[in-house]
Design a protein around this ligand. Structure first.
Ligand code: UT7
Length: 334
């Protein structure tokens, strides 16, 4: 019997309608379109403004998009993982609510947080459940409402982040398609450079913390940038080398959309032509756990069965890595 691998067999996505442009940010903080565009590649990002709607709203919409496109019965889904750094609430899983709302009534579910690497790590977890033979339908959703932890008076963070969600379905495959290899790492000494500090057990929310903006994300951009460039590229190089992949047989790079310059640096290290690099940062900014599935959704019609895709991500923690996946289907839109 051939080995079971875990293939992505469907994709869905959702971004809120409201668009926050660079020009609008110029009115809010001391910044300008030229700086944001040249330093990050971002032109606009989507924001979920409706009061009372959280990350689950985005996750549910992305999952429903996948379910409708693929035409699956949600009752056949056995596991729902919501990769997110911004769950609806501290306790009571966002994934459980999402699963119930989409009608995945036979599934168990949990949230996973590895900051901007949540979806990448989630791919590893989802694939492991499939490869073990224990489950046959695993829905992995990457969703973040970053606007809920952003201070729109802090130009170091508010220009970068946006809200969105993407979903993928993992199913068993016996043709050798799907997740082939992974290189995942973390280094906790990096946590001081990128964090949303308050609200966790070490730093409960206090009136004083709130008054000082403790509820918001903070980053020392330059340090994060340097680490992201070297770590993401190193991880991608390792994955290429140990799988005998070169710029010629890699079809796509799907890299976390944090900064266009980081994406370009990673592509250059593996000598990949620009035409093979998935990019949508200009439209959505950094949506944290949603960047990779949003890329898959935007590029789905161009992906071919057998395409070698290199995923790479880097995020707070620090957490980073690279995954090699063979795409499993041709788009029905062809
Ligand atoms: O997804 C999780 C991981 N996150 C990341 O990977 C983010 C990594 N970091 C970055 O993308 C970049 O570091 C930023 C986009 C956050 C910042 O870009 P940078 O090129 O590293 O800028 P910088 O912080 O070194 O600042 C350069 C200059 C400074 O001015 P001086 O000191 O040279 O006069 C800043 O004060 O740019 C200034 N600056 C701004 N100017 C206009 C910083 N932010 C802004 C701004 N608009 N929004």
């Amino acid at each position: 019997m051939s080995k079971i691998s875990a293939a992505i067999t469907a994709v869905g996505a959702y971004v809120p309608e409201y668009i926050l442009t660079n020009q609008m940010l110029e009115e809010m903080v001391d910044t300008n379109d030229e700086w944001i565009t040249s330093r990050t590649g971002i032109k606009e990002r989507r924001i979920l403004r409706d009061v009372g709607k959280g990350t689950s709203y985005l996750a549910i919409k992305a999952a429903q998009d996948l379910i409708n496109k693929k035409g699956i019965n949600p009752e056949t889904i056995e596991l729902v993982i919501v990769a997110t750094a911004t769950p609806d609430m501290k306790a009571a899983s966002t994934a459980a609510f999402t699963a119930s709302e989409i009608g995945a009534v036979n599934a168990f579910s949990f949230d996973m947080d590895a900051a901007c690497s949540s979806f990448l790590y989630g791919m590893s977890v989802a694939a492991s459940y499939i490869e073990s033979g224990r489950y046959k339908n695993v829905l992995l959703i990457g969703a973040d409402k970053m606007s809920s932890i952003i201070n729109y008076k802090d130009r170091a963070t508010c220009i970068i982040f946006g809200d969105g969600a993407g979903a993928v379905l993992f199913e068993p495959n016996e043709e050798g398609l799907g997740l082939k290899d992974e290189y995942l790492r973390s280094d906790g000494t990096g946590r001081e450079f990128l964090q949303a500090t308050y609200g966790g057990s070490s730093f409960p929310i206090t009136e004083e913390a709130m008054a000082n903006g403790g509820q918001y994300a903070f980053q020392e951009g330059r340090t994060v940038f340097k680490n992201a460039v070297s770590s993401m590229a190193d991880a991608a190089v390792k994955i290429l080398e140990r799988n005998n992949l070169t710029k010629d047989n890699v079809a796509w790079l799907a890299a976390h959309q944090a900064n266009k310059r980081i994406i370009d640096a990673t592509a250059q290290r593996i000598e990949l032509d620009e035409s093979k690099v998935m990019v949508n940062i200009h439209k959505y900014g950094n949506t944290t756990s949603a960047t990779l599935p949003l890329l898959l959704n935007d590029y789905e019609s161009q992906l071919k069965k057998g395409d070698n895709i290199i995923f790479a991500a880097f995020g707070g923690g620090f957490n980073w890595g690279s995954i090699y996946l063979k795409w499993a289907y041709n788009s029905i839109n062809e």
